[in-house]
Design a protein around this ligand. Structure first.
Ligand SMILES: Cc1cc2nc3c(=O)[nH]c(=O)nc-3n(C[C@H](O)[C@H](O)[C@H](O)COP(=O)(O)O)c2cc1C
Length: 380
């Protein structure tokens, strides 16, 4: 009975979003829409009544989706990817919207205004976004203090802290860059459930310096000295050659990194999924692409990493998840957890519970009693 109510509820909200709200939102500048959505999340998360009402409209739970990963309990595998809640402003509302976990950031050692506007574009027909924010955020010190002030009891879902290098021409050179990462990490040693080290932002000054294995080795050496007591994940780009991925995996094993987020946005515009007339309106060479155009690349990376690590590292699959089927595919390829942003923008916030309900059905159909039995099943 409860499930029938949730299905009807989701159908109504989904219909309204896809046919009315999305048309309105897509007429407004994408960054303004993003800012308004964060503002709305802040308001809805601000008191218990609004959180309960939100929960009535969006939540769903089922024990088949519950997992313990690295000692952390995840009620469902769907998380908000880094980049939507850059400054930890809306963590309170995330459980009510149905998420199983949330990742804030990317947060950098110093506060940063990011790149010049415009810096976010929609690709409606390609079902993607071009992102060129350039790591705008309030900085590690302010955000860590904000989190300490917040009532940690409210946030009942695991919290990931995504750390990147400050996008600044002042922070160049290996020593300064590593110290910047360390400053970011140190501010959150006692906050949050896991750390994500973002070595894959395509929009920061200096490109993607820490995908270079020698530089990554030096970064890991210093991070290792911090004696971090929570799981650490590495966020990779989908554009890396498998040769580089091999070296990154080797280092991750050497330094006991818990796993990988596969993946960040792609720089590659030579992709049949991208409609040329849309991408041609975005300045050449700028930004990275999220959503459907990145889906296949991320699936290939998940497959590669899962096989290479023999399933021994945790994979958080991310890129182009728009449905339960998309999510299930990433799980079967080796992802233990999943993250998304673009799917919600295109399909609506009820997508989280639609995916979770759909996952339950797909898991049951294939005879699994818990989601963890399906992880990497395509290769077992
Ligand atoms: C608006 C926007 C901002 C993003 N900012 C960040 C960021 O600051 N740090 C990061 O690691 N990833 C960032 N990403 C990448 C996402 O976390 C995710 O890896 C990517 O969008 C693929 O997922 P999706 O197709 O579900 O959007 C951003 C993505 C979007 C759409």
């Amino acid at each position: 009975m409860k499930n029938i109510f949730i299905k009807i509820r989701n159908s109504i909200i989904g219909f309204l979003y896809r046919n009315i709200f999305k048309n309105i939102f897509f007429k407004i500048d994408p960054e303004i829409t993003h800012d308004r959505a964060v503002q709305m999340g802040r308001i809805l998360g601000s008191n218990i009544l609004l959180r309960k009402i939100t929960s009535f409209f969006f939540s769903f739970s089922n024990p088949i989706l519950r997992q313990n990963i690295c000692g952390i309990t995840f009620e469902n595998p769907i998380g908000l990817a880094a980049g939507f809640d850059k400054n930890a402003e809306i963590i309170e509302i995330m459980p009510s919207v149905g998420f199983g976990f949330t990742e804030i950031g990317s947060i950098t050692g110093q506060s940063c205004l990011g790149n010049l506007k415009p810096r976010l574009w929609r690709l409606p027909k390609s079902k993607g976004l071009v992102v060129h924010y350039g790591l705008n955020n309030d900085g590690a010190e302010v955000i860590s203090k904000r989190l300490i002030k917040k009532n940690q009891q409210i946030n009942k879902i695991p919290l990931g802290i995504n750390i990147a290098k400050t996008n600044s021409s002042d922070i160049v050179g290996i020593e300064k860059e590593i110290n910047d990462y360390l400053k970011g990490i140190q501010a959150f040693l006692n906050i949050g459930d896991y750390l994500a080290i973002n070595i894959s932002c395509p929009n920061a000054y200096g490109g993607q310096p820490f995908t270079d294995p020698d530089r990554l080795n030096l970064l890991f050496q210093e991070i290792n000295k911090l004696n971090i007591k929570k799981p650490v994940f590495l966020k990779m780009a989908p554009d890396l050659s498998f040769e580089i991925v091999d070296k990154i995996i080797e280092l991750a094993e050497q330094y006991h990194i818990s796993g990988f987020i596969c993946s960040n946005i792609t720089k590659n515009r030579n992709n049949p999924k991208i409609i040329l007339e849309e991408i041609n309106q975005v300045p050449v060479g700028i930004g990275g692409i999220s959503g459907k155009p990145s889906e296949e690349m991320t699936n290939n990376l998940i497959t590669y990493v899962y096989k290479k690590t023999k399933g021994e590292k945790i994979i958080i699959g991310c890129g182009g998840i728009f449905s339960a089927e998309d999510a299930y595919k990433k799980i079967r390829l080796g992802s233990s957890l999943l993250q998304l942003i673009t799917g919600i923008i295109f399909e609506g916030p009820q997508l989280i519970s639609e995916i979770n309900i759909g996952l339950c059905n797909l898991l049951k159909k294939d005879g699994f009693k818990n989601i963890n039995e399906a992880i990497g099943i395509d290769f077992k």
